[in-house]
Design a protein around this ligand. Structure first.
Ligand code: DAH
Length: 340
């Protein structure tokens, strides 16, 4: 029996040596120490031994069991540690490895220009309103005092969707929407896309951007219009900038004007940018026509207002010296990335 115990111990050593996984260790444990295990069987048979032998064999059996248990738990620990080490190796993060470069996008030059213009007006107390690009003929033309025979209503200029619906040709219909929704005091700008049936060339695009402005309250005069737009021009193009208001015609304003700014490139002496004149036209404006104010149900004896509208592409082309409007829509990164 003692020989058997020693053999079990030796075999256990060999098997434990070989085992590499926890499941194998568990098998060994059951096989030797479990209820039906070899060691347990032997201990059960001890009853048949003489007291002398029983004492000696019992001591040996206990030692063997102790040793096996000890070896088992050491091996279990070792296997666990090995598994952990393997996992750590696999999951190791090399903090010295160079990071992946994230390429940040840049703002489109038209976005930059629109934000810049908007910021100037917001600092003067204007809020921003928006209108839809798909508009009614009424809002885009009729309500803006552009009668049925106005040349802009010609099919060649306007993308019509139905007889009554079109792609807005200007941001001015937002004036109409604002007047119908809001009571004075009104002081808003509205940036957005416009569409005209134009063949693309260096200065024309069938889709372009405008920023509209509308101020309506009691006692608004042409002096407010001139002061506001002169201040705007100085903030956008520099404090030396001078403005010139030239009489013009728009159906929705009376009187109407076009505003020129002194050339920010040559200061007014005449250069390529201002085509030698010293002046650059940047926007249209005027005192809101009473017929437009009436659309909002306003008392035109009590309320007056001014409006203005400018082309964002035009301002961006002037500011950045871009000589072809089509560059804005091609999304060539070599172009876009220059405006970081
Ligand atoms: N809507 C005009 C255009 O597209 C621009 C404009 C001129 C807007 C005068 C205005 C204005 O609000 O008062 O040419």
């Amino acid at each position: 029996m003692q020989a058997q115990l020693n053999r079990i111990l030796e075999e256990a050593k060999v098997q434990l040596q070989k085992a590499e996984q926890q499941s194998q260790l568990e098998e060994i444990r059951v096989k030797l120490l479990g209820k039906k295990g070899e060691l347990t069987q032997i201990l059960r048979g001890m009853g048949q031994l003489s007291p002398e032998e029983r004492k000696e064999t019992g001591a040996l059996a206990n030692r063997v069991r102790g040793e096996i248990e000890q070896m088992l738990s050491e091996k279990v620990e070792a296997v666990k540690n090995a598994a952990k080490a393997a996992r750590f190796k696999l999951e190791k993060v090399d903090v010295t490895e160079p990071g992946k470069k994230v390429t940040l996008g840049v703002k489109h030059p038209l976005t930059i220009t629109m934000e810049e213009i908007s910021r100037v007006f917001m600092n003067m107390g204007f809020s921003i309103v928006e209108g839809p690009e798909v508009e009614t003929v009424f809002n885009n033309f009729d309500a803006l005092n552009a009668g049925p025979n106005h040349p802009a209503r010609d099919m060649t200029d306007t993308f019509y969707i139905t007889d009554d619906v079109l792609l807005r040709t200007q941001t001015s219909p937002v004036q109409v929407r604002t007047l119908m929704k809001q009571k004075p005091p009104i002081k808003v700008i509205s940036p957005g896309r416009c569409f005209r049936c134009d063949t693309p060339d260096a200065t024309h695009s069938p889709m372009f951007h405008q920023i509209e402005g509308l101020v309506v309250d009691e006692g608004i005069t042409m002096a407010d219009l001139k002061g506001t737009l002169d201040s705007f021009a100085k903030q956008l193009f520099g404090p030396e900038t001078r403005t010139k208001f030239r009489p013009h015609h728009f159906p929705f304003t009376e009187p109407s004007a076009e505003v020129d700014v002194s050339c920010f490139k040559c200061g007014g002496k005449g250069c390529k940018v201002c085509k030698g004149s010293g002046w650059i036209e940047i926007l249209g404006c005027g005192m809101v026509h009473p017929n437009v104010l009436k659309v909002g149900g306003l008392d035109t004896e009590k309320y007056t207002g001014f409006a203005f509208g400018m082309g964002v592409e035009r301002v961006a082309m002037l500011k950045y010296g871009v000589d072809d409007i089509r560059l804005f829509y091609e999304n060539d990164m070599r172009f876009i990335n220059q405006f970081k």
